[in-house]
Design a protein around this ligand. Structure first.
Ligand code: RB5
Length: 150
């Protein structure tokens, strides 16, 4: 699996921790688009970089992080083709794959600790979309883009 990951300055430490967790998976390819320092950056720019890889198919999934995970998840969900789930617990991370076919996970570096975040990421990586009635609902989500004329 190929995962592109990126964070603003509010979650660079958690990003490094998550990369360690991702390396547990055989064959995992990680593309880290930054940021790497403590200098403030704007989370929509990071969301755009990560989501570009997901939309183009360069990445199978994306992980975006900011201080709360809120701003960057909102930004990611403005991009056509992205279904970004902000998860603060393992159950939500599992369900965002099974029911929502989320292709991007958002985490908050100032909200979720390293241990829980690792479990959330493992659930996101291993979770499979259930399809069936959930596919109809996901199709309707994606149709909203067209209805909005985006
Ligand atoms: C940056 O200070 C902070 O606003 C950002 O990381 C994020 O929490 C926004 O939602």
């Amino acid at each position: 699996m190929k995962i592109t990951i990126g964070s603003d300055h509010g979650a660079t430490e958690l990003k490094e921790e998550i990369k360690t967790v991702l390396k547990e998976f055989d064959g995992m390819e990680i593309n880290d688009v930054g940021t790497f320092g403590t200098e403030a950056v704007d989370y929509p720019d990071i969301a755009e970089k990560v989501c570009a890889d997901v939309v183009s198919g360069k990445a199978d999934r994306g992980i975006v992080l900011c201080g709360t995970g809120i701003g960057i998840s909102i930004a990611a969900n403005k991009i056509n083709g992205i279904r970004c789930a902000l998860a603060t617990d393992v159950y939500s991370a599992k369900m965002c794959r099974e029911h929502n076919d989320a292709n991007v996970l958002a985490l908050g570096g100032r909200v979720t600790g390293f241990g829980p975040a690792g479990e959330i990421v493992r659930a996101f990586v291993t979770g499979e979309f259930s399809g069936g009635r959930h596919a109809r609902r996901v199709d309707k989500i994606m149709a909203l883009q067209d209805k909005q004329g985006k």
